[in-house]
Write a protein that binds this ligand. Sequence first.
Ligand SMILES: *Cc1c(COP(=O)(O)O)cnc(C)c1O
Length: 385
Amino acid sequence: MATSNPYSWLTKSLDTIKKAHWYRQVKTIDSLPGSTININGKTLINFASNDYLGLAGDPRLQQAAISAIKKYGTGSTGSRLLTGDRPLHRELENAIASLKQTEDAIVFSSGYLANMGTIPALVGGKDLVLGDEYNHSSLKNGAKLSNATIIDYKHNNMTDLEQKLQENRSKYRRCLITTDTVFSMDGDICPLSELIELSQNYDCMVLVDEAHGTGVMGKNGAGVVEYANCTGKPLIQMGTLSKALGSLGGYIAGDKILIDYLRNRASTWIYTTGLSIPDTASALEAIKIIKNEPERRAKLWQNVAYLKEILKNFKLLPSESAIICLPLKSAEEALKVAEICQNEGILAPAIRPPTVPTSRIRFSVMATHDYEQIKMLEKIVNKIQ
Ligand SMILES: *Cc1c(COP(=O)(O)O)cnc(C)c1O
């Protein structure tokens, strides 16, 4: 009998991906995270990091993790509801609630898991999820897992959202509106006040994903909710510990009753091991630094302004954040420009479909970049004009 290979389709599928210039590979970084990093023995200026405040390599976060490990070990050994809970977890949750000015918070093992657990806990088969079309994968997949009806509205388009609410809201029991606050692959932000007003008119819950807002946006680094003067509004605020906080993990901040409910219903919190000890301790230290060192945020915004100045002859995508995108015609061209950058000692990734509808080079700015490092972008500007 001829043996067929049930895995042969994988090769074909990968070939298709390669032909479309959509193929991806990991780049191994062999150094501390920071404004410069080493890849394949070469030092590159890093415009590809989510570590906006430069905390992932900070000695204080390292020390916090080491001290916590010495006291509690490395793993948390079980679900938070069984043997996985440590005093550090609650300290971190209180610190997040204090930063966000909410009654309480709950930490998950990643931001992705926070969305994948929270959305299905809040809505089900009788309910509606209305999400921005550019939302992060974790919001989209969380909605799918919930069995709710999913309708996407046009990116940041509140007229379209209202129309979809008008047409559909009454057919469903509960409705949840979901949006990134800072759109991770574009750098623009959601019109939060308007969105909250609509949610109140149509009796909807709102989940905002502050992955790229926390630590960065707002006077105290509490995120776009603070930046847009929406502190205290009835929101479900999600975020991650793995971007500006330089650690790993995710959270939901909100009313006490919401958090208590999630501890009882969010399966990605109940049926997974509690956040690891070093991740918990370093995130807690990061929140202290975010509160005590506002000068880091000030430097970040100076750097963002300087980078925009250097790229002023290009038509950039609209951005109010530390993410600046240079749109390009094709995936091929984006890859070419990323290669030019890399040859000039600059790491800035090509972002391509299917992650985004149109290709671009994405620069993310750090507080720990100095002007000389940003000025290096002038060299590439001259080469691609
Ligand atoms: C990174 C990111 C997440 C996932 O967070 P992790 O902690 O990395 O799992 C969720 N939402 C958005 C918008 C993100 O950018």
